[in-house]
Design a protein around this ligand. Structure first.
Ligand code: FEO
Ligand code: CA
Ligand code: CA
Ligand code: CA
Length: 649
């Protein structure tokens, strides 16, 4: 409908075709503008971005980070001095998941690896490219948005920012290091993937593939804990451990335990120290979807993104005071509660790809599949239940293994239906280790989950070699997010309609809405479901007709899905937020121009040099995106309707 149409439609836009070009495409009647790209000065006194990537580490600490991901808009209150509901001015808070070394650094002298010679300065610059940006923004009279560069709210949180450690694991011996003998303060947050927001006005940033930054010099036999979280000798090839002992597991064996958490940030207090909330468990966190139960308990839904990993939820001990949303008591609600992991059962009808489920509490008293309570499991045994609980939080993956949770097809984002706090959707992005050989338990060899486990198909993960991914949804008993049982079904199975049988897509997939690898997932306030993709953009074979990564919108009732946006070449579309009036949408475009098969791996599989010059030689690839120069840059995209109406409506 038009801008003055009083009736907001669920899918009020014309779907767009798949595309393979190098620009952001949106439906007729919409405009998309790049905003706050990697390297943008965070405030008026910060240094300018240099297109040859020669900015220093100290300069990067004052510039927007790389690989934009989760994002939340926090409107100001009427007075303009705190959290409120304004749609014309607020704080845009967004994650920087990782860096693409081939674009992030000026090439070095080594023709085989542009990272060489590697230096502490390069490590520091990489660390500065991670974390979170808080940017004060406001809408101009012409509807465009601007960065308020003189605002004291502008802030970077990065890989060396002091962060408090709070909750059951704080201070545990496994959390202590020589630099922090109390185990209560860590430098930095890393691999900031998806996001979340609380009704008390704080931002949640989620640490995902933290293991890739660690490595070791010399010899080491990794512990079972290190193997289960994928700590390896060379990590993902960043080389930090070769120059910064904090990331050398031989020098600092407990430093990895201080990553893999959800971090809470108060964007309205520029001096507030971020806090790692250990009550929410340690794993490869995707995002954090907050729901409030009818009795006021706060529930946080979370996925662990790796093949055959689990879905979790935290239920607070305290209750949300809705009458005083930003109260001091509300701000402590993530300090204490119960962590659960999900088991998806077949339900009363076998083979119908729907069923029932159970939330299993991860407590010292919970009886595992071995018939013994976790406090008697050698992984968690300790003199007191408080210490057992600390170990459960540090070794959350092993605790979930021990209680027989359901291994899922890579849980990515989770989102809660605004019409029902107990109705929840999750993207299961893909899984090429599903159903190829039977496996009775996760990681029988103690390796990381990318290791040997290849579980059989089950009703919630029903396809062998799940190339395209799917979305599962559940409804908690009594519509109460704090309930311990639920019913579930499958909202969509992506894929190719030409494929029939076990691996066929669901009937809401057609030639006009093909996609693969759903990842970002977010309901807007009206109840429309937005789906973002991070998958193959080859547009051939199994992926023919899907084009570049994209964003679609879905009607949760009819299950209709329409394509809303197509991203530039090589990108992932991830993270979306709105002004409260839903008339501006902010979407992140991550790693345009990325060429590698694994996003965190800086090695060129062809063996040639991905240098700055090589990128510059191909103007057709990068001339349109982004707008400044030829070096590709992750950025936020601001999307508005020409007629000023509600996005999607
Ligand atoms: Fe950072 Fe699972 O995506
Ligand atoms: Ca069933
Ligand atoms: Ca993701
Ligand atoms: Ca992904």
């Amino acid at each position: 409908g038009g801008g003055d149409d009083p009736v907001e439609q669920m899918l009020g836009f014309q779907g767009i075709p798949a595309a393979t070009g190098d620009s952001v495409l949106v439906p007729a009647g919409y405009v998309a503008t790049a905003f706050l790209p990697w390297g943008e000065p965070i405030n008026a006194s910060a240094p300018a971005w240099k297109p040859d990537a020669s900015n220093t580490a100290a300069e990067q600490e004052l510039q927007v980070g790389d690989n934009h991901d989760g994002i939340e808009f926090f409107g100001f209150n009427a007075a303009g001095n705190g959290f409120g509901n304004r749609s014309d001015e607020g704080l845009l808070v967004f994650n920087h998941e990782y860096i693409n070394p081939e674009y992030f650094y000026a090439p070095g002298s080594d023709s085989e690896n542009w990272l060489l010679p590697f230096t502490l300065e390069k490590a520091r610059k990489g660390q500065a490219g991670h974390g979170v940006t808080i940017a004060h923004i406001r809408r101009r009279a012409d509807g465009m948005w601007e960065h308020v560069k003189t605002s004291p709210y502008n802030r970077r949180i990065h890989g060396n920012t002091p962060v408090s450690i709070q909750g059951p694991a704080a201070g545990h011996p496994l959390m202590r290091t020589a630099a922090d003998p109390a185990g209560t303060m860590v430098l930095g947050t890393l691999n900031n993937c998806g996001s979340g927001r609380t009704p008390w006005g704080t931002y949640l940033t989620c640490e995902e593939n933290f293991n890739g930054y660690f490595g070791w010099n010399g010899d080491r036999t990794p512990t079972a804990l290190e193997r289960r979280y994928g700590i390896t000798k060379d990590g993902f090839g960043y080389l930090w451990h070769t120059v910064d002992p904090r990331f050398d597991v031989n020098a600092n064996p407990n430093e990895p335990n201080r990553f893999g958490w959800v971090v809470e940030i108060d964007p309205f207090d520029p001096n507030a120290r971020p806090v790692k909330r250990t009550a929410l468990g340690r794993f490869k966190h995707e995002n954090a979807a907050v729901s409030i139960g009818p009795d006021g308990r706060v529930v946080v839904y979370m996925g662990c993104d790796e093949r055959n990993e689990y879905i979790y939820k935290f239920v607070s001990s305290g209750k949300f005071d809705a009458a005083n949303p930003t109260s001091a008591a509300n701000r402590r609600l993530l300090e204490q509660g119960t962590l659960y992991v999900a088991r998806f059962d077949a339900g009363p009808v076998a083979g119908d790809r729907m069923g029932t489920g159970v939330w299993i509490p991860l407590l010292p008293s919970t009886v595992g599949v071995d018939g013994k309570p976790l406090r008697e499991n050698p992984n968690f045994a300790a003199p007191t239940d408080a210490e057992v609980l600390a170990l459960i939080m540090i070794k959350t993956r092993q605790a979930a293994d021990a209680v027989g949770a359901t291994m899922m097809d890579r849980p990515e984002w989770i989102t809660v239906n605004p019409k029902n706090p107990g109705n929840v959707y999750v993207t299961l992005t893909n899984n090429n280790r599903r159903g190829t050989t039977p496996a009775s338990s996760n990681n029988p060899d103690g390796s990381s989950s990318a290791g040997s486990a290849r579980p059989p198909v089950d009703e919630a993960n029903p396809r062998t070699n799940n190339l395209w991914g799917h979305i599962v949804r559940w409804t908690e008993a009594g519509n109460d997010p704090a309930a311990t049982t639920f019913t579930w079904d499958i909202f969509v199975l992506a894929g190719q309609p030409s494929i029939t049988g076990e691996r066929a897509p669901s009937s809401n997939i057609n030639a006009n809405n093909l996609f693969n690898s759903p990842d970002g997932l977010m309901f807007d306030g009206f109840g429309r479901l937005w789906i973002q993709t991070d998958g193959s953009f080859s547009n051939t074979g199994d992926y023919a007709g899907m084009g570049n990564n994209q964003m679609l919108a879905a009607d949760p009732v009819t299950k209709e899905i329409r394509r809303f946006l197509v991203g530039p070449s090589g990108c992932e579309v991830t993270g979306v937020t709105w002004t409260p009036d839903r008339k501006t949408m902010f979407v992140n475009i991550q790693h345009p121009g990325e060429l590698g098969s694994h996003p965190n791996r800086p090695k060129n599989p062809d063996g040639s040099t991905w240098s700055d010059n090589q990128i510059a030689r191909d103007p057709t690839r990068f001339s349109q995106w982004p707008t400044q120069g030829v070096r590709p840059r992750s950025a936020t995209v601001v999307i508005r309707r020409v007629d000023g109406g509600v996005i999607g409506g």
